[in-house]
Design a protein around this ligand. Structure first.
Ligand SMILES: Cc1ncc(COP(=O)(O)O)c(C=O)c1O
Length: 380
């Protein structure tokens, strides 16, 4: 039997991660502060973004992005946020957590939000757009940014797939009011589970630090390590959440960050091999990358007819790709959305081919040869 090829395989530099974790255990500090602040500093240095706050997940970050903008801008319940139907449900749940209304716009050939479709969905109640950089792609983010500025809308960038994505040499995130990254185990910067929220506005950055620690105005590490005799005196300003990241995850993140550019380079090489092998293949459409983007290449996506049958054929050959994503309006709770024909078309056809740093050129060749054969037999 052939060796299975999986969509994602997390790659941890085990000895280096264990050294970071050991430091935390020996110091007796595994929580908020210590490694979390070091990781935030390193993320700011790496991305050039002005602020970064480390979290337990990107889902928590998207929730807080919506929550803090809603509070500051005075949005009312039922106000609208334009979002993508082709995303992980976290993106759209974040809108509903705050009793706002997600309104889906259609995607373009990059499977990212199409600025023309966004424009057609704007109403007097529209307050923000959440742009998802699918697979690390920037799509037409520059046009979306300009549209948001022109129409007075806030821009939230769901950069769960975008750690290391750059445009003209600059890391993504500078365009948005707030950018949220995921460091889930299968993402480009793998920890077990964590994320980062990067507000442009220093006040919102200061505020989010309290929101992720139950509304408390001083973190425990700062209190423990302060000279103050009265460490138990702190204020609680609001009903915050317990969403902050911890030092064990931050230690893993510090290790992964050292390898992020090299890992993304390998991902782009895998994508180039996929491109070469699939270039002339009939019946297999490739999802392009925006030409001005140096993508993190979280995903390599193709479009085929009779997708589920093609997937079954690949599985028979011990190849296990994925689907990013099913059109969220397939889900009962998002069923009342306006039609997005391009997203629906992609949702029925899209396949994410295996993409992780342990893959080799011969793995890519095997995936492509099998995909070409299976597609021809299913469609032909
Ligand atoms: C596009 C997108 N947004 C948000 C998330 C949520 O990330 P996390 O698992 O860190 O909460 C994910 C995770 O898969 C994602 O793919």
């Amino acid at each position: 039997m052939q060796t299975p090829i999986q969509l994602f395989v997390p790659h941890f530099r085990v000895e280096e991660c264990l050294a970071e974790v050991r430091e935390c255990l020996e110091k007796g500090w595994t929580g908020l502060g210590y490694k979390t602040t070091e990781f935030e500093r390193r993320w700011v240095a790496y991305t050039g973004l002005p602020h970064a706050h480390f979290l337990s997940s990107a889902t928590a970050g998207l929730h807080l992005a919506v929550r803090l903008l809603k509070d500051r801008e005075g949005w009312a319940d039922g106000d609208e946020v334009i979002s993508s139907p082709l995303t992980f449900v976290s993106t759209n749940h974040a809108i509903l957590y705050e009793r706002l209304r997600p309104v889906f716009a259609d995607v373009d050939e990059y499977l990212c939000l199409d600025p023309a479709s966004i424009a057609s969905r704007i109403t007097p109640r529209t307050r923000a757009v959440i742009f998802v950089g699918l697979g690390g792609n920037t799509g037409r983010l520059a046009e979306v940014t300009a549209l948001c500025q022109a129409r007075g809308l806030r821009l939230i960038l769901d950069a769960a797939h975008m750690s290391g994505s750059r445009v003209a040499g600059r890391h993504v995130g500078h365009q948005a009011d707030v950018t949220v990254f995921s460091f889930h185990a299968v993402k480009n910067l793998p920890t077990a589970d964590s994320g980062m929220i990067c507000f442009a506005d220093p006040e919102l950055d200061a505020s989010v630090r309290r929101w992720t620690w139950l509304g408390i105005d001083k973190d425990t590490y700062a209190r423990t390590n302060s000279d103050s005799a009265y460490k138990w005196y702190y204020d609680v300003e609001n009903v915050g959440y317990k969403y902050h990241g911890n030092s064990i995850m931050a230690g893993m993140g510090l290790v992964a960050l050292r390898y992020l550019d090299a890992d993304n380079h390998h991902r782009r090489q895998l994508a180039a091999w996929y491109d070469d092998a699939l270039g002339g293949a009939g019946g297999i459409g490739r999802v392009p990358m925006s030409p001005d983007c140096e993508p993190a290449r979280h995903l390599y996506q193709v479009l085929v007819d009779r997708r589920d049958e093609v997937m079954a054929g690949l599985n028979d050959a011990q190849i296990f790709p994925g689907v990013h994503y099913r059109d969220n309006s397939h889900y009962r709770m998002y069923a009342d959305q306006p039609p997005c024909p391009r997203a629906r078309h992609a949702s029925d056809r899209v396949i994410s081919l295996p993409m992780h740093v342990k893959l080799t050129e011969s793995d890519v060749r095997r995936v492509c040869e099998t995909l070409v054969a299976v597609t021809a037999s299913r469609v032909g």
